[in-house]
Structure formats: C-alpha cells, structure tokens
Design a protein around this ligand. Structure first.
Ligand code: NAD
Ligand code: DAU
Length: 338
C-alpha cells in the first residue's frame, strides 16, 4: 500500500481520512478523486493542499476514462472508495443519482481495480444495509434488508464488491460504519445541522418521536478502523465499525443544547422521515479482534464535534448561506412542524 486513490476524498469522512493517513504515514501518496458535488468541498482538504504527497483529480467515478487516467498517472495500488450520494432524505426526493454513483460508480471502480491489479480495493459501506434492527445487533453475515434508496444502493455496491472477490479474486474488503460525527460534515446531517441551528437560536427539527437510535461515532475512530482493516483485514471480509452503543435522537439533541447552554424548547418536532429506520445497532467484535477500539464514547464525540463547529463558523456559514443549501432546507422542512 503505497499509492492510494481516495474517491470522495473531498467529502466529510474522506477528507478526515486523507488528513489522518498523511499525518500518520510518511511513505504514502494520496490521490483524491472527487466529482465535487454539493457535498464535496476543497476547503476540507486545505490542510494538505500543499503536501507534495497529495494530488487532486476532479472527476466522476461513473466516468471510466477519467478513473483510468488517474489510476495510470498516479500508479495506484490501493483504492478506498468513499464516493457516494449519502443523505437518506435526498435519496427519498431524487433516488437516481444514488443508484448511479453508489451502484454503477462502484462497478466502474471495481473494473479499474481489476485492470490495474490493485493490492486492495476497500469499500466504505454503512450499517444501514442491514435495515432497522429492533433487537440485538447486526453481525457481518446478517441478511441485507435495506429500506431506503440510499441503503439499497449501498447494499448493491457491497454485493458487487463481494462478487468481484468471488468471481475474479479481486482483493476487496468492506467496512460497514455507523453514523459518523466530527469536523467537515455537511450541515444537512443531523448533528452539524442541530449544532449550527442551535448556535443561531434556530429550531432543531426532530423527526417523529425522537426515539430513533443511532450509534454516533467520532469520525477519526472510523478513519482509524479503516486503516486497521487496510493493513490487517482479511481479503473478502466485511467488518462492522462503530462504538457498539446507541443513543436516542432526543438525547443527542438535548446534549447538544446543554453543551451550548441553549434551552430545550429549541427542539421542534416535525413529521417523520418516510420509512425511517428506528434503530441501527452493530456487533463490533470482529473488528475488535484486529485490536481496534473506538476512543471516543458518545459524550466525548459530541463534545469534540460541538467545539469544532463553534470554532469553525466561517466553514459552515459559507455553506448554509448559499442558495442551494437554503433551497434544499425549505424543500425538506417547510410545513413539517407538528
Ligand atoms: P459526503 O456526502 O460528505 O461526501 C461524499 C463525497 O463523494 C463528496 O466529496 C462528493 O463530491 C463525492 N462524490 C459524490 N458522487 C461522486 C461521484 N459520482 N464521483 C466522485 N465523487 C463523488 O459523505 P460522507 O458522509 O463523507 O460518506 C462517505 C462514505 O462513507 C459514503 O460512501 C457513505 O455511504 C459512507 N458512510 C457514511 C457514514 C456517515 O455517517 N456519514 C456512515 C457510514 C458510511
Ligand atoms: O448509519 C450510517 C448512516 O448515517 C450513513 O450511511 C449515512 O450516509 C449518513 O447520512 C447517516 O444516515 P442517517 O439517516 O442515520 O443520518 P441523518 O444525520 O440524516 O439522521 C440521523 C438521525 O436523525 C435519523 O434518525 C434521522 C434523524 N433526523 C435527521 C435529520 C436530518 C432528525 O431527527 N432531524 C433531521 O433534521
């Protein structure tokens, strides 16, 4: 593993991963390949922009020729695929781009991985592919029961990866992560949305009864887990990645308000997300066998996250004041207060 192609590296987790890996390993080169959709932001990569080990290619993972050019020019030996359409609410409004990027784009990358005989193709997947889990915890061998166009697309991507391992011996690994929080998360996702709304004394739109459970993990724990799987994971294997503990959304919202010294009545109940998965819960014993453990529990993760958004207001105010963001906000939230 010397020359990494990090697709989707200008997004939230990808940008944290690029910074994490360059800080940690002196002998790596990293090429970010990113379409720069609304969620991709070159500012997320500003800390590494002048690093000679880093290069940026703007391109679509569905464009086989563009992928090929980057693979060849940068002598890629490892692909880590973060590129995806990622927001469940948007997948309910416009599912087409999710299927295109998350399924067809994965296929294009797998073909490139096969052609260039890479040492590893790593797919970043999600706990959402298991569907909602009302009791117990999902293990990696569980049946996939995705329930939104987003999670169905991600499940399709996972199955394609496994098929390339079985059919062609491609050395793939997959991690299925729980909800990440931390620096550079686009403020449509619940935690940065609630933190930034609360800073501005705006309502926090809580879906349904707020009793849905998510395993909120700190993004750098997720990055460390991906690194461990790249170095020590078995090819052909899937690894769940999360803290292994869940928090109800109402508790998450009240914790944010408490950390910011804001009143609970900023919470505004709104109509529920259609098909809203009530609970995700991961069994993380398999990744723990590789000596990985999350360092941040929910309290530490949310505290570090709130602090970053308080300290980096220019970053999110630029996004939230933009026309595209505001159009999305009214499309998703207008008339939903209950
Ligand atoms: P994000 O939405 O912040 O970033 C996605 C990035 O992919 C953006 O930079 C975007 O420009 C890029 N992209 C989108 N379509 C592309 C295309 N066709 N070609 C090239 N680039 C494209 O997403 P994120 O939250 O950082 O998630 C990254 C990955 O991790 C995704 O695969 C997601 O499914 C997975 N995941 C996310 C979470 C989470 O909580 N955010 C949890 C588990 C897994
Ligand atoms: O579980 C991993 C997944 O986590 C990733 O695969 C996805 O890419 C990522 O977006 C995230 O999906 P969720 O749907 O869980 O995240 P989101 O931040 O959209 O919502 C988290 C919870 O908060 C969920 O129960 C819905 C609720 N919610 C969300 C929004 C945007 C609200 O109550 N109000 C909101 O305004």
């Amino acid at each position: 593993m010397k020359n990494l192609l990090v697709t989707g590296g200008a997004g939230f987790i990808g940008a944290n991963f690029v910074q994490y890996m360059l800080e940690r390993y002196a002998d790596l080169t990293i090429t970010v390949f990113d379409k720069l959709t609304y969620a991709g932001n070159p500012q997320n990569l500003a800390p590494v922009a002048d690093d000679p080990r880093y290069a940026f290619y703007q391109g679509d993972i569905c464009d086989a020729e563009a992928v090929d050019r980057a693979m060849q020019a940068r002598r890629i030996d490892t692909i880590v695929n973060f590129a995806a359409e990622t927001h469940v609410d948007r997948s309910l409004m416009e599912p087409g781009s999710f299927i295109q990027t998350d399924v067809y784009g994965t296929f294009v990358l797998l073909e490139a991985a096969k052609k260039y005989n890479v040492e590893r193709y790593h797919q970043i997947s999600t706990d959402e592919v298991y569907g909602e889990v009302m009791t117990g915890r999902s293990v990696e061998t569980d049946t996939l029961e995705p329930r939104s166009p987003y999670s169905a697309g991600k499940a399709g991507g996972d199955l394609l990866c496994l098929s390339y391992y079985t059919s062609f011996g491609l050395p793939i690994t997959i991690t299925r992560g729980s909800n990440n929080i931390g620096p550079y998360q686009y403020p449509e996702k619940v935690v940065p949305l609630f933190v930034t709304n609360a800073i501005d004394d705006k309502p926090l739109p809580l879906y349904g009864d707020g009793m849905q459970m998510r395993d909120y993990q700190y993004v750098l724990d997720h990055c460390a887990g991906i690194d461990v799987v790249l170095r020590h994971g078995q090819v052909g294997e899937i690894y769940n990645l999360g803290t292994g503990a869940e928090t109800p959304n109402i508790v998450m919202a009240k914790t944010i308000l408490n950390l910011l010294g804001k009143p609970d009545d900023l919470i505004q109940p709104v109509t529920d997300r259609p098909g809203h998965d009530r609970r995700y819960a991961l069994d993380v014993s398999k990744i723990r066998e590789l000596d990985w453990e999350s360092r941040y529990d929910f309290s530490a993760a949310i505290e570090a996250t709130v602090k970053w958004y308080v300290d980096n207001q220019a970053w999110w105010r630029r996004i939230k004041s933009g026309e595209a963001y505001q159009a999305y906000y009214s499309r998703n939230y207008a008339g939903r207060a209950v």
